[in-house]
Design a protein around this ligand. Structure first.
Ligand code: PAN
Ligand code: ZN
Length: 194
């Protein structure tokens, strides 16, 4: 591919005009993450629903390069909890990320290893800066696709295991009065800490 290069991403056409990878994430890849495990099991038994899709522009995973792409997170719920991404820390913990919201409504749930937490609302036109060291998970709180552009250091890598084991400290659910952020009653402190 020629360098430099351009491609198109617009709110009307969120799928990048060129991309190298298209990854599909289904309900089965979020096993153990949703609070209502009965609702999860029932939904999975009815079919392995498509939760989100990631379109990536490939670059060498080395210092100095940037990885970019677009995530399309579909609307839906498991029990009261909205569809969400797996979420992760970057394996190189001190790497940041920028998200630019193209369409839809949602939230980004974030936390540091020390236990600071933050939830930012996502809406079209908003730019979210995820600082170094903050784990991040996007949540679709609307009834249409939530789509965003992302860019982060190409050598950052992903640590999914920590979140798969412990979950996030905060959950985003449909409450009596709309979207609510609650403490995760199933959050597990790391086993290796005293
Ligand atoms: C994003 C995410 C993407 C999918 O590109 O990877 O939205 O979420 P999960 O990776 O948590 O499944 C990003 O944050 N990259 O670092
Ligand atoms: Zn990330």
């Amino acid at each position: 591919m020629d360098l430099p290069f351009t491609y198109q991403v617009t709110p009307g056409q969120v799928i990048p005009s060129r991309y190298d990878n298209h990854t599909l994430r289904r309900l089965s890849s979020l096993r153990g993450q949703f609070l209502d495990q009965q609702a999860y099991a029932a939904m999975l038994a009815a079919g392995d629903s498509l939760l989100y899709e990631v379109y990536e522009i490939k670059r060498p995973e080395v210092y100095g390069e940037l990885l970019m792409g677009v995530t399309v997170l579909h609307p839906g719920r498991v029990g009261k909890e909205f569809f969400m991404t797996k979420g992760h820390f970057h394996a190189v913990l001190h790497t940041a990320e920028v998200y630019y919201i193209l369409q839809g409504r949602g939230a980004m749930v974030m936390e540091t290893p020390e236990g600071e937490t933050a939830v930012e609302e996502l809406a079209p036109g908003k730019v979210l800066y995820v600082p170094p060291r903050w784990a991040h998970r996007s949540v679709n709180t609307g009834d249409a696709d939530l789509s965003f552009f992302f860019v982060y250091p190409a050598d950052a890598g992903h640590d999914y295991a920590t979140i798969e084991t412990r979950g996030f400290r905060k959950l985003v659910v449909a409450g009596e009065s709309g979207v609510e952020v609650i403490d995760n009653p199933r959050w597990q402190p790391a086993q290796d800490r005293v």
